[in-house]
Design a protein around this ligand. Structure first.
Ligand code: PLP
Length: 394
């Protein structure tokens, strides 16, 4: 006997993976250059040179027993102090190392927060379109996901719908900005309004409703878009971050949770997050990459290719008659599908060897996600294929 829920998770492939595998099979038949795969959100640019240089320097110069040894569960104190100082410089916070818990990427940061907060019957609110793993993470923590439908004109927040879902069992709201899959950055107005509503409801229910800010795309923004730092707007905010996208090191699994001092009883919340990490068996985040991340805290990969890809693809699609909210960040576009059924539309695109992920899986039917973290050349060659697809609908 095995756990049926885990078996289902372990055997079911995500729609995204299905498409990717399909693309590989098609590539073997028609040639890789004729398959236009926009399915995966895997960074396509190399890590900055500083990442490898620092890793090599550490491997050459550090005491190997310490370097490869366990760190404190929450992370190496010197690393955490460096990160805290960098965050304080950048966001004017008052973090010390004690406010930071190093994690195995943003996914683990989220799981630690959810598990650390979740009591029986608790609900966690998510805004569509959303990163589908949230449901897995929330349910894995023993919680229930409540989904706010998308506000498709802007992909900001539908506050009427949110207000209807808030109730005394609401423990937290997950805010992902810049957003996967819409690319949208929640505006200062949106975050201010959200903070006011959650403050009022926290008072009404007599307990805090937390914001879990999921920010792995914070550095990938365009046209100087401002990404509001949510702890400035709402005190009960837990910030989940990783270097997966900014440094292009998703396989190295390194991130953190920041628990600001302003969070009600922050030390208890921090300890519960640490307890969650312990119960999940994470022990500590990669000791080598904690140190690399601290040394590269002011660096990013060269993200300029994403800006170029975004402009090329967005202008191209708009000129073909697609409707798309202009994204302020990430490497995703989320246009409307050219027929209401996004799954049928994705199938139609597949007939052109164009791999687009249906929006239904992100809670926003009638859209498709296009991951443009691909070589620019692929986008150039894909534009006539998008045009052929659009012609099918004229
Ligand atoms: N949150 C969002 C919105 C993501 O898109 C991803 C990864 O794609 C993650 C979290 C997980 O990131 P990490 O690789 O740091 O665990």
């Amino acid at each position: 006997m095995v756990n049926e829920k885990m078996l289902a998770l372990g055997t079911s492939r995500s729609v995204i993976r299905e498409l990717f595998e399909y693309g590989r099979k098609r590539a073997a038949i028609v040639g890789a250059e004729n398959v236009f795969d926009f399915s995966l959100g895997n960074p396509s640019v190399p890590a900055p040179a500083s990442v490898n240089e620092e890793a090599i320097r550490l491997l050459r110069e550090s005491d190997p027993v310490t370097l490869h040894g366990y760190t404190s569960a929450a992370g190496d104190p010197a690393v955490k102090n460096t990160l805290a100082a960098a965050l304080n410089r950048r966001f004017g916070m008052d973090y010390t190392g004690e406010n930071l818990y190093c994690t195995v990427g943003a996914a683990a940061a989220l799981c630690c927060c959810l598990r650390g907060l979740c009591c029986s019957e608790d609900e966690f609110i998510v805004f569509a379109p959303y990163f589908p793993e949230y449901k897995v993470f929330i349910e894995g923590a023993g919680g229930k996901m409540a989904l706010v439908p998308p506000e498709i004109e802007s992909f900001q927040i539908d506050f009427d719908a949110l207000e209807k879902l808030l109730n005394p069992r609401t423990k937290a709201v997950i805010v992902n900005s810049p957003n996967n899959p819409s690319g949208v950055v929640y505006s200062t107005g949106t975050i201010t309004k959200l903070a006011a509503l959650l403050n009022a409801k926290s008072t009404e229910y007599g307990h805090p409703i937390y914001i879990i800010a999921d920010e792995p795309y914070r550095e990938i923004v365009y046209d100087d878009a401002e990404v509001p730092y949510i702890p400035h707007f709402y005190k009960n905010t837990l910030v989940c971050y990783s270097w997966s996208k900014s440094l292009s090191i998703p396989g190295e699994r390194i991130g953190y949770v920041a628990v600001p001092k302003a969070v009600d009883e922050w030390e208890r919340v921090f300890a519960a997050i640490a307890g969650a990490g312990r119960s999940l068996g994470y022990v500590n985040a990669s000791s080598l990459f904690q140190r690399v991340a601290a040394a590269c805290v002011n660096d990013t990969a060269d993200l300029s290719v994403y800006a170029e890809n975004r402009r090329l693809l967005l202008d191209g699609l708009l000129s073909m008659g697609f409707t798309c909210v202009e994204p302020g960040g990430t490497f995703y576009l989320f246009p409307r599908s050219l027929e209401p059924d996004d799954i049928a539309f994705s199938e139609r695109a597949k007939a052109h060897d164009l791999l687009l992920v249906p929006g239904s899986g992100f809670g926003a039917p009638g859209h498709v996600r296009i991951s443009y973290c691909v070589p620019t050349e692929r986008i150039r060659r894909a534009l006539p294929v998008f045009e052929a697809l659009a012609r099918d609908y004229r």
